[in-house]
Structure formats: C-alpha cells, structure tokens
Design a binder for this molecule. Structure first.
Ligand SMILES: [Zn+2]
Length: 65
C-alpha cells in the first residue's frame, strides 16, 4: 500500500457506520488523533458530537429498552 499523506481534514470526515468515522478522500477509517486540525484545536461542540458518535450514543436514537 502506498502511504498517502492525507490530513483527514474534518470537513472530509463522515460518519459511516455506528461509531466509525471515515475520510472521504482516502477512505481510511480515522480516529480523533488522526484528523486535522488537531483534536485540541477543534470546537468543544465538535468534540462532544464526535465522542457521542464514537460511543454509539445517538441522541436521536430510540431507547431500546
Ligand atoms: Zn484521509
């Protein structure tokens, strides 16, 4: 595999499967440590949304119990 220097900019990152973020440019699965700008430079609102999604906690999802 060629190593592509993709920055996985947050505007390219989409939610694909439950808890999984994917970069639409390089199709890699990405974590918050791999995206740009750096995680700590992102808005708190973005971070909270990301964490909730990765935890599988969808605010709009119906309660299974
Ligand atoms: Zn990428």
């Amino acid at each position: 595999m060629a190593s592509i220097a993709c920055q996985h900019h947050v505007s390219w990152v989409v939610e694909v499967d439950p808890g999984v973020h994917q970069c639409i440019l390089c199709f890699e699965r990405v974590t918050k440590n791999q995206i740009s700008p750096r995680w700590e430079d992102l808005p708190k609102e973005f971070q909270e949304h990301w964490d909730r999604f990765e935890a599988g906690d969808h605010p709009a999802a119906p309660n299974p119990h």
